[in-house]
Write a protein that binds this ligand. Structure first.
Ligand SMILES: Nc1ncnc2c1ncn2[C@@H]1O[C@H](COP(=O)(O)OP(=O)(O)O)[C@@H](O)[C@H]1O
Ligand SMILES: [Mg+2]
Length: 223
């Protein structure tokens, strides 16, 4: 599904003409239904890599083929379409709309994609059930715990039936017990619902739940 050949990424900083390479010759092959952790210390290039994978950044060297399509060939408009159709994002800070109910938070991306309130309803309820939060549907985000908020964010990401889920430090703002709960949910979604998950973390305990670990150091894949 994701095939990267020799991907590099550099920044040219204002006071210096020499490019600073933050990704160096990355080769990566990720198949559908995989549950992968991208692990590495802070500043090693994990977010930079995930931004390229999730079509947020096309300014890179090397080749990226997604479902056999050359990402370099996409125009800006194609790139945002690819993102909307294929990627479900889960963030460290949840990014829920505080003035909307849990139900509305999950419904919103469906409405953006042209669903009606009526056609969205069974999908929203199904996702809420999957993450175990049906009883919280009429509450506001601030009435939920951190772990519950993250489960809402996961339900929202799943609602559009993405090809894969990208989660950048999804347990970064959670305590150990709650992190375990979120990782178990990801594990079940992958095992029972074939959800393809790509998770970035610097936490080896969280990464241990994944089927595969890709280690990044100083912009290079080392294992
Ligand atoms: N816009 C930018 N301009 C210059 N350097 C950047 C920019 N974004 C990230 N970097 C640098 O790239 C490196 C990798 O960053 P990042 O991918 O965010 O690491 P991680 O997610 O592993 O913590 C860091 O050294 C960071 O300072
Ligand atoms: Mg990061």
């Amino acid at each position: 599904m994701i095939k990267m050949n020799n991907i590099s990424k550099s920044y040219i900083l204002n006071d210096d003409e020499t490019p600073l390479y933050v990704l160096k010759n990355i080769n990566l092959n990720i198949k559908e239904k995989e549950f992968t952790a991208i692990m590495g210390p802070s500043g090693s290039g994990k977010s930079t890599l995930i931004n390229i994978i999730s079509f947020l950044d096309r300014d890179f060297e090397g080749e990226y083929y997604f479902l056999d399509e050359d990402v370099k060939e996409f125009k800006d408009k194609d790139l945002s379409t690819m993102r909307n159709q294929n990627v479900g994002f889960v963030f460290q800070s949840f990014n829920l709309i505080e003035t909307d109910t849990i139900y509305e938070n999950i419904e919103l991306p469906l409405l953006y994609r042209g669903a009606t309130h009526r056609s969205a309803k069974p999908i929203v309820l199904d996702q809420l059930e999957k993450v175990g939060l049906l009883s919280k549907k009429d509450q506001l985000p601030r009435q939920l715990s951190g772990g519950q908020k993250q489960r809402v964010a996961i339900a929202r990401a799943l609602a559009n039936e993405p090809t894969f889920i990208v989660a950048d430090e999804p347990t970064g703002a959670l305590d150990t017990h709650t992190s375990t709960e979120i990782m178990t949910l990801f594990q079940n979604l992958n095992a029972d619902h074939d959800v393809t998950i790509l998770m970035v973390t610097h936490d080896s305990e969280a990464a241990a739940y994944c089927k595969r670990i890709i280690e990044v150091r100083d912009g290079q894949v080392i294992g």
